[in-house]
Design a protein around this ligand. Structure first.
Ligand code: PMP
Length: 427
């Protein structure tokens, strides 16, 4: 028999398989609410206007070095701009010294690199990683693979979940989350947090709840790990969407941030991202020469991250990062980006309202106000698995089994149809 006859059976990845089923459907009025990508009101992909401008600028520069290798760390100007976006630093800050940043293969690569780093190098070794239930499904895959040795398929860190979602309110289940973590999380355990626009539920903690989560992490010595895939996509305001991370920073915690530029720059296939590892403020010591000396924590973290990346793929790709760098380093382009972001997030907000209003107009049984309270690209609309199957079969509306819908798949010409489908399957 073949060498490969003993491979495990891997189930297809759901967003991609729902997308494939949608592509095969020949119904003229089919609707795709499965995969998390931005679509225009005509249902088309949208290369941001500012990205097209930046691409032109880069091309016209005719830089002969534009296809050279980056360093292992990546494009350092890009990394500095990326960190400033997350932490809202100004040019005079010394806080940047607390952060080791490395360019990654988008948000997925940042999650994976962070998982690898924490599983291999933290002592005492974290016993558990706490993942929200539900979450972006890839968190499970990433942590199953992280830190496993070739001789064993058992992850070195146990995956546990905390009860994130309250289906009664359509919101974040703050009480049960706090209860679970404060009774069961152990010192150095890792807690995965979606910085904003939680995928798949669209339910985020309030400011006060974030403050209490930070406090809990501090008291119980947990390691927060922020997944930041939607900065600017939740509220349209990058600073507002980064609030929780900055609060944890100011609280003096050590933590990770996996940053993606897939959604907020529409650079999905370019794989642009960064991992930021935040360390404690360096305690300056006076050396014999009288100078402040950094104890080297961030340098050590960075060297370790570079080691992991070198052994994996040497360095992240440079094309997409160059686009982001060009936009973020130019005031005019940056302003244009803010406008593009507002355009996308306000179209999504408008579609939330339109779906809600259609359901109310139809008198669809149930409370649909969670659609308005939830935020970002996704909503847990509140259909059962059977109802999801029925709406696909009877109305050609595609969504994930959990009832997660990507709001950006809605537009003026299909929202009524989707609402009527929901109405039909819940009655
Ligand atoms: N985290 C979350 C929560 C996401 O929703 C996504 C995108 N679906 C990612 C990370 C990573 O996406 P990418 O690798 O394209 O940056």
């Amino acid at each position: 028999s073949s060498l490969f006859s003993n491979l495990p059976t891997i189930p297809p990845d759901e967003p991609f398989s729902v997308n494939a089923a949608y592509q095969e459907d020949t119904h003229p009025k089919k609707v795709n609410l499965g995969i998390g990508v931005y679509r225009t009101s005509e249902g088309n992909p949208w290369p941001l206007r500012v990205v097209e401008d930046a691409e032109k600028t880069i091309y016209e520069m005719k830089d002969h070095g534009r296809h050279e290798y980056l360093s292992i760390q990546g494009d350092q100007v890009f990394l500095r701009l990326a960190a400033d976006l997350v932490f809202n630093f100004d040019s005079t800050t010394k806080d940047r010294e607390r952060i080791a940043s490395i360019q990654t293969v988008s948000g997925t690569g940042a999650n994976r690199l962070g998982a690898e780093f924490l599983s291999r190098y933290i002592h005492p070794r974290p016993q558990n990683v706490w993942i929200p239930d539900p979450t972006w499904a890839n968190h499970h895959t990433i942590w199953q693979l992280a830190g496993t040795s070739s001789s064993s398929s058992t992850p070195s860190i146990k995956i546990k979940t905390y009860p994130y979602y309250d289906s009664n309110t359509g919101g974040f289940n703050y009480n049960q989350t706090m209860k679970k973590l404060s009774s069961e999380a152990k010192e150095n355990d890792i807690i995965i947090l979606h910085a904003c626009a939680h995928n798949p539920t669209g339910a985020d903690p309030s400011i006060e709840q974030w403050e209490n989560i930070a406090q809990l992490c501090k008291e119980r010595h947990l390691i927060p790990f922020f997944d930041l895939a939607y900065q600017g996509f939740a509220s349209g305001d990058v600073d507002k969407d980064g609030w929780a991370i900055r609060h944890f920073f100011q609280a003096g915690l050590e933590f990770c941030v996996a940053q993606s530029f897939s959604k907020n720059f529409g650079l999905y296939g370019q794989r642009v991202g960064a991992l930021h590892v935040v360390t404690k403020a360096p305690s300056a010591t006076i050396t014999s020469t009288g100078h402040d000396k950094d104890p080297g924590t961030t340098e050590d973290v960075l060297a370790t991250l570079c080691h992991l990346v070198r052994g994996e793929y040497s360095m992240a790709p440079r094309g997409g990062a160059e686009i982001v760098r060009t936009v973020l380093s130019n005031d005019g382009l940056r302003q244009k980006w803010v406008e593009d972001l507002r355009m996308m997030s306000s179209r999504i907000l408008g579609m939330r309202r339109a779906l809600f209003e259609e359901l109310v107009r139809l008198g669809t049984p149930g409370d649909w106000t969670h659609i308005l309270r939830q935020i970002g690209m996704f909503t847990y609309v509140g259909l059962s698995e059977n109802q999801v199957a029925a709406i696909r079969e009877r109305h050609h509306v595609y969504m994930l089994r959990s009832g997660r819908i990507s709001i950006s798949g809605l537009n003026e010409s299909n929202v009524r149809r989707v609402a009527m489908g929901i109405d039909d399957v819940v009655r």
